[in-house]
Design a binder for this molecule. Structure first.
Ligand code: SF4
Length: 65
């Protein structure tokens, strides 16, 4: 899987980063979350964490591809 954060939807609540910092992080000015795995697959041992982060998003800004 890959995880993508939609810039237009993210409200910078920080849930995904708190839930799974291995996959999600702040952008440079902490105005939105970004995924470390947009262009490459999430390692298998981080997939569960990545999905928990996805599910923690209150505005459904994260999608799995
Ligand atoms: S949980 Fe959703 S809204 Fe909150 S920082 Fe992550 S992507 Fe943005």
């Amino acid at each position: 899987m890959r995880a993508k954060v939609d810039d237009d939807l993210c409200i910078a609540c920080g849930n995904c980063i708190e839930t799974c910092p291995e996959v999600y992080e702040w952008n440079d000015d902490e105005s939105l979350a970004i995924s470390k795995y947009v262009n490459e697959d999430v390692p298998e041992d981080l997939e569960e964490c990545a999905r928990e982060g996805l599910e923690s998003c209150p505005v459904e800004a994260i999608t799995e591809e």
